[in-house]
Design a binder for this molecule. Structure first.
Ligand code: MN9
Length: 299
């Protein structure tokens, strides 16, 4: 069990930014502080939800430092350090170690076609630079096909490699990855809309966008699963999915940010050039949300 280091519910933290990409420090601190009191176990920084790929490395480092400063010591902090150039990846991996974060993660190298050796070399460089911080692959639909189980098996040799954040609806495959290393591999569920399935098929925890806006619901769901109360867990999943369905029809990150703004967090818009909602789309989302009981019906 030495590789299973991250469990429980962890928001993929939203990144509050200004128009020029600079960090909104006050809203960020408040969000980290408030979420930390909900039963979550940590945060995943600068992934897809955290918009890391659309942020300058300096901003990503600044965000990591602020979160480290604000989060209670028991919160586990995993930093997504993936980028298109290895120099940035190395820089962010080294900075994660220097900042005292608990783990690093990355999508496999993307955009160009990489072979298995290139992929393994990428993760090895990340690991070397962070002096072996616990490291998770991020298997994301945004960054190409899933790595074969046999490739992930080879990564067991890399110091620090512990597992993967699996954002994919194929839970048969999740269970196959979970067999690697005799089960001593840290598999984290990605899709929030099927969090329950991920946990039932072997995930040790869950990282996701919508845990920024309904952390307590998912912490309760996780507790039900661990206690074998599947009907109760399913009822909560179905409730969450009414909201997630609405978000998926629009834009998940923008809708989460809008909900936080409704609660007074002032997190602002996404980083350009990412998708944003028009005033009409925002009004439609909020009207539909009201029909479902309003922003505080989901916590
Ligand atoms: O893995 C997130 N996936 C992506 C985390 O951002 C691609 C999820 O939390 C989804 O945003 C969520 C909605 O589909 O499940």
């Amino acid at each position: 069990m030495k590789r299973i280091m991250f469990t429980g519910i962890m928001p993929a933290l939203l990144s509050p930014v200004n128009e020029d990409g600079s960090i909104r420090e006050k809203p960020l601190r408040r969000l980290v502080r408030d979420l930390s009191g909900t039963g979550i176990t940590g945060f995943y920084l600068c992934g897809a939800t955290g918009e890391g790929i659309a942020m300058a490395p300096e901003r990503r480092m600044e965000l990591a430092e602020i979160v480290k400063d604000e989060a209670p010591a028991e919160m586990k902090l995993i930093n997504h350090v993936g980028a298109g150039d290895l120099a940035t990846v190395r820089r962010l991996a080294r900075h994660s170690r220097e900042t005292g974060l608990d783990g690093i993660s990355s999508v496999p190298p993307f955009f160009f076609n990489y072979d298995e050796r290139g992929i393994i070399d990428y993760y090895r460089a990340m690991s070397d630079e962070s002096a072996g911080l616990p490291m998770l692959i991020y298997a994301s639909p945004l960054s190409g096909p899933l790595l074969p189980v046999s490739t992930v098996e080879k990564m067991l040799d890399i110091p620090g490699f512990i597992g993967m954040k699996f954002t994919n609806p194929n839970y048969y495959l999740l269970s196959r990855y979970k067999k690697i290393g005799g089960g001593d591999i840290n598999i984290i569920n990605g899709p929030d809309e099927t969090c329950l399935l991920g946990l039932l098929m072997g995930a040790d925890g869950a990282i996701g966008s919508t845990y920024n806006v309904m952390p307590r619901l998912f912490v309760e769901l996780y507790g039900h699963v661990k206690a074998g109360r599947i009907a109760e867990a399913r009822a909560l999943q179905m409730k969450a999915d009414d909201l997630i369905e609405l978000m998926l029809g629009s834009d998940v990150i923008s809708c989460c940010k809008l909900m936080l703004d409704q609660r007074g967090y002032n997190v602002g818009e996404t980083n350009a050039p990412m998708k944003r909602l028009t005033a009409g789309q925002k009004a439609a989302f909020l009207a539909a949300l009201d029909q479902m009981g309003g922003v505080d019906a989901f916590v």
